[in-house]
Design a binder for this molecule. Structure first.
Ligand SMILES: [Mn+2]
Length: 359
């Protein structure tokens, strides 16, 4: 384990070319989790050429000492600026990288007023880039998160009955995730039934499920820090003929997309495979979002599979493939799987059935 974090630290230093008099401050939670292993909600990670320090407050010292074994732990109370300035002075730091994509304008003002360095440089997406390709350890955790989601899907099916509200289904799904070891959902559970299924992100409402409804459930678990993301669409009672036809088209688009996920392809070229198929079936205007996105410590991260995504897929990247067709006034269908890029044939993590299911 400790080799894992030593390696990440080394990669970060190399990526930035950290030299004498330069240091990095990491404040975005998922980024300091990735670099240090510490999962608590309050920390600043300081990395210079020779030191790796995690600053936290009284509440987290014990946890940080055990989780971030490769880091010096420094406790602060109130503000961390005094402790940071001590580090900056003892390392003769002149240039400080900071998380420009995470730090607020207010915090940046404080940094420039209180930290004794001459130059602030944006860290940009340096750590996000390192996080794109998952190592074996991460893939196992993501598998665990997907396994929870697969089990939640099987668990919820018998609860889907006329008169049950979407929010009751969502509550049962999220409760079951926790029973299975998840710390919670990885995003607000989507249960969109009947005509509401035409809203791609229809978060569960008080609407009651009715016979004849199409029901789209898009959900995921946060498991040991990692996210899963899966969508399944089912029918209560005999499906509307048009929706049944749409279901087959979306399923085919999902399968074609999964087959297109190969090492070396650009995200937009994967997107194009499913998008073109849907357009050829006459529903081009009804698929208005990207085909997929990276998943890891965050529910949406790089790489993206969309019309503008030129990043090439690499082995070990984890992405979703989630085509959908949405018809206002009728409903919608989306089918989403998670896969690991693995040479010419992606490793499909999601196991839940995609057969058209009539409850
Ligand atoms: Mn998704």
């Amino acid at each position: 384990m400790t080799d894992l974090f030593k390696n990440r630290l080394k990669k970060l230093r190399n990526e930035l070319g950290i030299r004498y008099s330069e240091a990095v401050l990491i404040t975005k939670r998922v980024n300091y989790m990735y670099i240090s292993g510490f999962t608590g909600t309050s920390a600043i990670v300081y990395i210079s050429e020779n030191r790796a320090v995690l600053l936290t407050d009284f509440r987290y010292v014990e946890q940080a000492t055990s989780q971030a074994a490769d880091f010096e732990i420094i406790q602060y109370s109130g503000s961390a600026f005094d402790k940071l300035n001590q580090l900056i002075e003892s390392d003769s730091i002149q240039t400080l990288y900071f998380e420009d994509r995470d730090v607020t304008f207010y915090e940046y003002d404080e940094y420039t007023a209180k930290l004794k360095v001459e130059v602030f440089l944006p860290l940009g997406k340096t750590i996000e880039k390192l996080r794109r390709v998952k190592d074996q350890w991460e893939i196992e955790l993501i598998r665990g998160a997907v396994d929870v989601a697969d089990k939640v899907f099987l668990h919820i099916l018998p609860f889907i009955k006329p008169g049950v509200a979407e929010i009751e289904l969502a509550a049962e799904m999220e409760h079951h995730m926790r029973r299975l070891g998840a710390s919670g959902p990885s995003f607000d559970t989507i249960v969109a039934s009947g005509q509401r299924a035409s809203m791609p992100h229809g978060v569960a409402s008080e609407k009651k499920i009715e016979a004849g409804d199409v029901i789209t459930m898009d959900f995921g678990a946060l498991y040991k820090g990692y996210c899963s993301d899966i969508t399944r669409t089912v029918f209560l009672g005999n499906p509307d003929k048009e929706l049944a036809r749409i279901y087959k088209i979306v399923l085919e688009a999902n399968q074609k997309g999964l087959e297109a996920v190969i090492c070396g392809i650009a995200g937009r070229d994967v997107d194009d495979v499913s998008r073109q198929y849907i357009a050829d079936q006459g529903f081009g205007d009804n698929f208005g979002h990207g085909l997929g996105h990276g998943v890891g410590l965050e529910i949406h991260e790089e790489p993206s599979l969309s019309m503008r995504a030129d990043l090439l897929l690499e082995d070990g990247m984890v992405v979703t493939v989630e085509p959908g067709i949405y018809v206002p006034g009728l409903g919608g269908v989306r089918i989403e799987d998670m896969v690991v890029v693995n040479g010419a044939k992606a490793d499909i993590l999601t196991k839940a059935s995609k057969e058209l299911l009539v409850l």
